[in-house]
Every structure is written in C-alpha cells, then in structure tokens.
Design a protein around this ligand. Sequence first.
Ligand code: SAH
Length: 339
Amino acid sequence: MRNIYDYTKEELEEYFISMGDKKFRANQVYEFLYKKRVKTFDDMNNIGKNIINHMKDNFSFEKIKLIIKQEDKDVKKYLFELLDGQRIESVLMYHDYGISICVSSQVGCNMSCSFCESGRLKKRRNLEAYEIVEQILMIEEDIKTRISHVVVMGIGEPFDNYDNVMRFVRIINDPKGIDIGSRHITISTCGVIPGIKKFMNEKGQVNLAISLHAPNDELRSKIMPINKIYHLDELMDTIKDYISKTNRRVTFEYIMLDNVNDSEDCAMELSKLLKGINCYVNLIPYNETENIIYKRSKNVQIMKFYDILKKNRINVTVRREFGGKVDAACGQLRANNYD
Ligand code: SAH
C-alpha cells in the first residue's frame, strides 16, 4: 500500500473522485495531515466512516523512525530508520532568517565525490517522496515549531532521483499542506545536466544550487567523478540556459579544501568562469571527517580567496559553520552508525 504522505493533492483529488466522493475531500485530508498533524485515519473527524475505511484499505500511514538525535548550538542532527531498516539523516539549522532543514534524497550516493562521506556508502536505493516529506514532519514534531526553509542537500544526488524529489517539492509546497514557499526551497546538484535541463522547465521558483568545488575540468574531475561525464563547459552552458530561461540567480557551492582548490590561482580562474553570470558563491569551509584525508582550508586562505572573488565583483559569502561537534558533514552521522 502506498503511503498517504506520498500523494500530491491533485492525486488525492483523483482518488476521491474515482471512489465517487468529492474533490474537496483532498483539501480536507491534506489539512488533517499537514495542518492538524493527525496520527491516524480515525482522527480525521468529520469525514464519514465509509470514506475513512476506504482510505484505511488503500493507504498506509506509517512513519520513519527517529533513531539518534545530536544537538549543538543552533543545529540538530537526526538519524532516521526507514521502514525497510535503511538509515538516512537530516539536519536542522537555526538562522537569523528562519529555521532550515537539510533533507536526504537517497540512501547513500553514487556520485563518489572524493571529499564526501555520503559517497563512501554507495547508493542502496532512492527515497520515495513520502520518506523525504516525513523527515520534515518528524523534525517539526520534535522541535514543536514550523520550519521556514528546506534544502535538498543531505545524503544523495537529488537529480539522480528526479521524479520523487519533484513530487516531494509539490507536496511540501502545497498551501493546504506544509506550505513551504518555493523560494524557500533549494535543490543542490553536483551537476547532473539532464536534471538541470528538466528542472528549468518546471513551474515555480525553486532555487538551484550547483556544487562546483573547482574552476577547471582537470581539478574538478579529480575530486568529482561526475565531471568526467558532464564537463565544465557543458555544465556552465546549461546553467546559463537555466538562468536566461528562469531569470533566477544560481548559487554555486565551493568547498574550501586545504591545498587542493583554495589557491589564489583557483580564485582567479573561478572569477573568470563566473564573470557576468547571475549567481552567488557560497564558500564552504570543509567539514573534516576521520575517514577522508582532506583538510579544511586555513582561515587566511579562505579570506584571500573571498577577497579575490569580491575584487572581481562576484557575489560571495563564506558559509557559517554548523555542526562541527555533531557529525554534521554530509553522511557522517549515518556513516558512523552503520552496522
Ligand atoms: N549531491 C548534491 C547534494 C548533496 S551534497 C550535491 O552534490 O550538491 C550537499 C553539499 O555538501 C555539496 O555541496 C557537497 O559537496 C557538500 N559536502 C559534502 N561533504 C562535505 C564536507 N565534509 N564538508 C562540507 N561540505 C560537504
């Protein structure tokens, strides 16, 4: 049986119409699920017994399980167990502009970026949309507060699970549901070009972030194998198309790895690559992990890099560091708790 949290409102409308009920029932059910947060079908009072029984026969209501929670100042990290025993993680962050959740989109990841903990454990399967939705529901239940922003930047490559991720976006974006505005949702990709091409034709204003991490093919292919399939010039052309089609600004993420991609030459090359593109660069101090040899760039080096981009009039910020104490680097909590 398909999980009730896997349905877009339009699909629920079709379901109710096909069982001879009214379309508006979907609105009612969505409000029970996402506004009132009921735990069982029987809690949906004011819906007739027949319909409740029909729903019980057709939908499952199961939730993923919270296994471990780690807390630090302004950040909480959650390890969840899925119904088949697989594990994923999500991170909650408190910012001055609101509260964001970073969700996982796959169990493991096949992209094999050399600095990333998630990729050490290969992809076992895609997440279903409801498994991504429930990460938000479980965390909101834990903190008893509604969150304002969602980033698909946890374990997995969202554009390697395109349809389920877009279904997830439609579900949380629905005004009768969790109602996260599309401008408050960001999808981050390592550069899966066919995904970016599809994404630029989607309705809505969902943000796109690109994990760039290197300014040329040689270096990028060394640290991100995906670059051997989708080269940098083709990636940049696709991003330019995306921007001209959607009129939206793109975020480039750039992890600062000591002595790997943080030289002044790299900063110059990156400035050239991004010149004239409507974008903004997020420099991310690398979150070191025991299992991987890379080191975080020195602060002076990060500042030098930042200054060069600034001087070249690239919009740039250095990402605030979250979760050094909790295992907050992508995939760390899961990797350290795997049987
Ligand atoms: N696959 C997608 C989304 C998941 S990764 C993507 O590549 O964008 C989310 C971001 O975290 C990426 O930019 C990734 O490169 C970065 N990341 C991975 N490991 C990290 C670490 N140890 N420290 C800092 N950022 C890391």
